[in-house]
Design a binder for this molecule. Sequence first.
Ligand SMILES: [Zn+2]
Length: 52
Amino acid sequence: MRKTLLKVFVLALTMAVLIPAFAYAHGGGCRKDSPPGQCCHMDRKAGEIHCH
Ligand SMILES: [Zn+2]
């Protein structure tokens, strides 16, 4: 029982690390014209497109 619980905990922790923080930073997705390995999107507050 304990082992299973630990496994779930480690998995959850791994997911939290792997999921990029920017996915939650502004909401919405990446622009389709984003360069490979980057995520560009419109920053509503700044009114401009940026990538990270
Ligand atoms: Zn951004």
